[in-house]
Ligand binder design. Structure first.
Ligand code: NAD
Length: 478
């Protein structure tokens, strides 16, 4: 699809050892599950990678009991400076095994190797390093230093290892033990992480990984033996979990969907803004909760921005995720691909103009070309609903106030981007946006020291930074 030709540069998959089948990781050991095993596939080829155990209610119960015992006997009483040593060890192993983990993540998820290698895995290690540093300094956090107990954590498929790190690192640093359920389409790096826990000599039961689909997650969050629910995923499931947890004394944090506005003013540094728009919506195939899926561009530069954007999109390389040249990989599952098709077809039927660069899609696997919709109005479903794919809706505005009004006209409130040469305008607009994270002249930047989270239907609670500790300590508000 690209106007440039490159020699293929595929990363070898020889470094990963994918087993035929995987069990659950409970109390420091791999065990058989009692549910019906399911298959995980490579979304770029549809090759079945492995069969994975499904945890039923008895398995969830065993995992929660193992976590409770480890909390009572070992991890809870352990001084913070000792816990920190395990977190540092895990962080170093993540770095040492980075290539192996990146290749496995790309095979199971479909994301380009350059992203798993340069973003997912290094940032996951950085989270463990960062929270290791907090473990013996909790009394200075402002949130006390008393852990909650056992955390039940459920994560999605878009950043499998990174979401695991966001959940497990602060929980362990604060002295909690965890039972984590990865998404059913991307369980393999969580199971490799279980091996890393063994390699780090983490005491049995401190981390338990149970695999399965929504039913397993539902059993976990409803289990009376957990003290905390941490969920990242869709707003619909998040609301259901909030209802389940209501009335119990479980603490809860929800990181849900988004429909971020990326606002480009006429004085924006244009080359950088184009890169920011591309990064905002095509990074990780747009499977990003904070993706800049609504481009709000000032009317006076709309034609120029669109022309440049289309030219840049024509240089994106879609294809083999293991190829180091690839910019856009595979869509994670057939179900997600069907949803992207459905909403994109609705966009066309609603009258928006649809454009994709010339693009040959591979014969097997799940693929969707980078797509831009123009002439989008605020009432269109593509402007309101999360598509969670490489699809950008373009709207225009004339004044800063109109930009703010349109940006805030969404049930979500996770993130936003502002592109302008004026510092005073950045401060003014950022202060009026109802979004948890606002990037200025950049987009999709993640750092363990910085809190992340949403308003409204994007959820509540913060992950990352000092604020991320509040979710795992008694007495803190979040
Ligand atoms: P999903 O809600 O369908 O699934 C997320 C996880 O929840 C999976 O592990 C799934 O098995 C589990 N689950 C499903 N039903 C459940 C139930 N009833 N009870 C408990 N667990 C259940 O979401 P998805 O399609 O996997 O992920 C995409 C969504 O996640 C998008 O909406 C995206 O915006 C959101 N997301 C948000 C963030 C954030 O930080 N805000 C980050 C990544 C993804």
């Amino acid at each position: 699809m690209s106007i440039f030709e490159y020699a293929p540069a595929p990363e070898s998959r020889a470094i990963v050892d994918i087993k035929g089948s995987y069990g659950l990781f409970v109390n420091g050991e791999f065990t058989d599950g009692h549910g019906t095993p399911f298959k995980t596939v490579n979304p770029a080829t549809e090759e079945v990678l492995a069969e994975v155990a499904e945890a039923d209610a008895s398995d969830v119960d065993a995992a929660v009991k193992a976590a409770r015992k480890a909390y009572d006997k070992v991890w809870g009483p352990m001084p913070g400076r000792e816990r920190a040593k395990y977190l540092y060890r895990i962080a170093r192993i993540l770095q040492e095994r980075a290539r192996e983990i990146s290749v496995l993540e790309t095979i199971d998820n479909g994301k380009p190797i350059k992203e798993s290698r340069d973003v997912d895995v290094p940032t996951a290690a950085a989270f463990f390093f960062y929270y290791a540093g907090w473990a013996d300094k909790l009394e200075h956090s402002g949130y006390g230093s008393t852990p909650l107990g056992v955390a039940g954590q459920v994560i999605p498929w878009n950043f499998p290892l990174l979401m695991l790190a966001w959940k497990i690192a602060p929980a362990l640093a604060c002295g909690n033990t965890v039972v984590l359920k990865p998404a059913e389409t991307t369980p393999l790096t969580a199971l490799l992480f279980a091996e890393i826990c063994q390699q780090a000599d983490l005491p049995p039961g401190v981390v338990n990984i149970i695999t399965g689909a929504g039913a397993t997650g539902e059993t976990l969050v409803g289990h009376p033996g957990i003290d905390k629910v941490a969920f990242t995923g869709s707003t619909g499931v998040g609301k259901a979990i909030a209802r389940t947890v209501a009335g119990s004394d479980k603490k809860i944090t929800l990181e849900l969907g988004g429909k971020a506005a990326n606002i480009v003013f006429d004085d924006a540094p244009m080359d950088q803004a184009i890169e920011g728009i591309v990064n905002g919506i095509f990074f990780n195939q747009g499977h990003v909760c904070c993706a800049g899926s609504r481009l709000l561009v000032q009317e006076s530069v709309a034609d120029e921005v669109l022309e440049r954007l289309k030219r840049r999109m024509s240089t994106l390389r879609l294809g083999d995720p293991l190829d180091k040249n690839t910019d856009v990989g595979a869509i994670n599952s057939a179900a997600q691909l069907a949803r992207i098709h459905e909403l994109s077809d609705v966009g066309e039927a609603e009258g928006a103009g649809r454009w994709s660069p010339e693009c040959e899609l591979p014969a097997n696997g799940f693929w969707f070309p980078p797509t831009v919709f123009t002439g989008v109005s605020q009432a269109h479903r593509i402007a309101r609903e999360e598509i969670f794919g490489p699809v950008l809706s373009v709207l225009t505005f004339r004044t800063p106030s109109e930009a703010v009004e349109k940006a805030n006209n969404t049930p979500y409130g996770l993130s936003a981007g502002i592109w302008t040469d004026k510092g005073s305008r950045i401060l003014d607009i950022a202060g009026r946006l109802r979004a948890g994270v606002v990037w200025a002249n950049t987009f999709n930047k993640f750092d363990p020291t910085s809190p992340f989270g949403g308003y409204k239907e994007s959820g509540y609670g913060r992950e990352g930074g000092r604020h991320g500790l509040a979710a795992y300590l008694k007495g803190a508000d979040a």
